[in-house]
Write a protein that binds this ligand. Structure first.
Ligand code: ZN
Ligand code: ZN
Length: 255
């Protein structure tokens, strides 16, 4: 609830700020131009397609934001709150409350400058896009099968949360898997591949205070470093465990 409340508030101020600054799109890419058929069935199909194309294009910025969150130590500490979850479901997949600010800078701002026009997207398509967002963290065995080569699902995103070494730095995309394919970070899960998730050296926050303070709790991060056995492997100010959390060279540390 806190996340939804903060997110709504931030989005409201963000929209007001852009309006106040008079920020207008630099470019408009009009997928709605696809809707030129006189056949209503074809038009509905094109409307769904245009909605999906907008979501795929938007995910390009999400993909690079997500890579930055795993590469920049400060952003990683904020994002690690989400990765610390050890029993992922559609309902507990919370991000840290700072996530909307990061999203506003990396995704919403470029999307405000490059405006994607989709025409009128049918409610059914919007419902499917919303469903996909919940499916991605769901522990259900239902998945999208071969459609996964275009749209991300729970099997694909679970690899990103995996504690396994060979899943390291994979599957950053959320709505689509296309950008992972293009930038060579895609890992296609095998039929029964359903790895453990979480961070081996970071316990999950159990209280609201711990959840909010997760990125800033020096004792927590010192303990993680001490338990890793990799002190001295410094990269960008943090050692490999601090930065990459879910993935570790010390295989003996208990999850
Ligand atoms: Zn991540
Ligand atoms: Zn996730």
């Amino acid at each position: 609830m806190i996340r939804i409340g903060c997110g709504t508030l931030i989005w409201h101020f963000y929209a007001l700020g852009l309006k106040w600054l008079g920020v207008k799109p630099l470019v408009t890419i009009n997928f709605g131009a696809l809707l030129h058929s006189n056949n209503p069935i074809a038009n509905t199909g094109f409307a769904v397609l245009s909605g999906v194309l907008v979501a795929i294009a938007g995910d390009f910025f999400y993909y690079w934001m997500h890579r930055a969150q795993h590469a920049v130590p400060f952003l990683w500490r904020l994002h690690a709150t989400h990765h610390s979850i050890r029993e992922l479901t559609a309902w507990n997949c919370n991000h840290h409350i700072s996530e909307p600010f990061v999203y506003a800078a990396f995704v919403a701002l470029p999307l405000a400058l490059i405006h994607f026009e989709s025409g009128v997207v049918p409610v059914a398509a919007m419902a499917l896009i919303t469903f996909q967002a919940h499916l991605s963290h769901s522990s259900t065995r239902f998945n999208l099968g071969p459609l996964r080569y275009l749209i991300g699902d729970n099997k694909f995103h679970r690899i990103h949360h995996s504690t396994e070494f060979h899943h390291r730095h994979k599957n950053y995309g959320f709505f689509t898997t296309v950008w992972d394919t293009i930038f060579r970070t895609a890992y296609w899960p095998k039929t029964n591949e359903w790895p453990e998730v979480g961070m081996r050296n970071q316990p999950e926050p159990l209280t609201v205070r711990d959840f909010i303070m997760f990125p800033f709790d020096q004792r927590r991060w010192r303990k993680a470093k001490a338990g890793s056995g990799t002190q001295g492997i410094k990269t960008g100010g943090l050692n490999a465990v601090e930065r990459d959390g879910p993935i570790h060279s010390d295989r003996s540390s208990a999850i």
